[in-house]
Design a protein around this ligand. Structure first.
Ligand SMILES: *Cc1c(COP(=O)(O)O)cnc(C)c1O
Length: 364
């Protein structure tokens, strides 16, 4: 079987996939209500939040849009920390709905500088919210969210976090770090097929909701809250993915969050160590390199597109290329969710045999 090593969708355990094949049930019936309440309670344990958590039928981007439209008004100033493709997307969403986006950009591959964020917040008191990507999947870099959040909270701003490729894999205590809306998605570290975004909503986010005037309908948090009290979602949910999530959450709680995070640390180290042992260079600043996705620079004549093709066709390993301006400049190995160190060892061994055929000449 192929080894899917992209940063989402990620491989799913058989039990999870089998749950997707369950016959449909009434999404307004008691059984679904029970499942929804259980799944929500388990998600809160893994988000480490006592706030609300909602399931939205969407990919991660829908969750990002929900974070914006439920807390902001047209004309609001927001500080957006852009460190890659997904940070730019978060800005674009806010701008499309009329926010005045003040971007902080850093060179891709580097982490956000907390001092820049402090300076921006100090110089513009009208900023309402800070948008930040915890783990930037396009560059393979994890921002120091603990440090960022402490500055954001010092200025008492709303913190909206894209944690799509980090939550459930990389440490992110939602309440402790004051994340007001935290967004993740089923097909990343949760070992579940696509179809659901999961979002947490803090007390402060609810206060923002009461004043927020951006247009919203499908994503309305108050609707989600009212329906959840009845064991329902406002609109027909992605029932099969909810079944799958119920199974994967049991597996995750069985392993334990601390162990899951530690496994991702080991897997990330194995990926980076392996890449360096091949004479390749990491794209991200190593201190901030992600434990869920490794981005590799294509120097020394390496043809990334050809490498991705050879890895799939000859080794059955599916890697990701670079996005937008990073196309051809990097390739990426996804290692989040259902992944072990042995699988990374297999990827590194396959790369070793594939590299000489795709223009990589460096010997170390
Ligand atoms: C995958 C991803 C997204 C986009 O999610 P979709 O599910 O494709 O909408 C956004 N942000 C980050 C950090 C991601 O990894």
């Amino acid at each position: 079987m192929e080894q899917l090593r992209i940063p989402g969708p990620t491989p799913c355990p058989d039990e999870v996939l089998q749950a997707m094949a369950r016959p449909m049930i009434n999404h307004r019936g008691e059984e679904f209500g029970r499942i929804l309440h259980e799944v929500t309670a388990k998600l809160k344990q893994l988000f480490l939040t006592k706030g609300d958590v909602f399931l939205l039928t969407a990919s991660g981007t829908g969750g990002l849009e929900a974070a914006v439209v439920n807390t902001l008004s047209p004309g609001d100033k927001v500080l957006s920390v852009e460190v890659g493709v997904f940070g730019e997307r978060f800005s674009t969403i806010a701008r499309q709905f009329g926010a005045e986006v003040i971007p902080i950009s850093v060179e891709w591959g580097r982490a956000a500088d907390v001092a820049d964020i402090r300076r921006a917040l100090a110089s513009e008191p009208k900023i309402k919210a800070v948008l930040v990507t915890h783990n930037e999947t396009s560059t393979g870099m994890t921002n120091d969210l603990a440090a960022i959040s402490s500055v954001v909270k010092e200025f008492d701003k709303l913190l909206l976090v894209d944690a799509i490729s980090s939550l459930g894999s990389i440490e992110l205590p939602t309440d402790k770090w004051g994340c007001d809306v935290t967004v993740t998605a089923s097909q990343k570290g949760w070992m579940v097929p696509p179809g659901l975004a999961m979002v947490s909503v803090s007390e402060k986010a609810w206060q923002a909701y009461d004043r927020a005037k951006m247009p919203r309908f499908y994503w309305d948090f108050k609707e989600a809250k009212n329906y959840l009290e009845k064991g329902q979602t406002p609109w027909t949910p992605m029932v099969s993915t909810v079944f799958a999530l119920a199974v994967s959450l049991d597996m995750m709680l069985q392993e334990g969050l601390t162990n899951i995070i530690a496994r991702h640390v080991r897997v990330g180290q194995a990926a980076r160590g392996g890449i360096k042992s091949l004479g390749l260079a990491l794209f991200a600043e190593e201190k901030y390199a992600s434990n869920t996705v490794t981005a590799v620079s294509t120097s020394d004549g390496l043809d990334a597109k050809k490498l991705v093709k050879v890895m799939k066709e000859e080794h059955g390993i599916v890697l990701a290329g670079g996005q937008q301006s990073l196309a051809g400049r990097i390739f990426r190995i996804g290692h989040l969710g259902w992944v072990t160190e042995d699988e990374i060892t297999t990827v590194i061994a396959a790369l070793k045999s594939a590299l000489p055929g795709v223009g990589f000449s460096k010997t170390k």
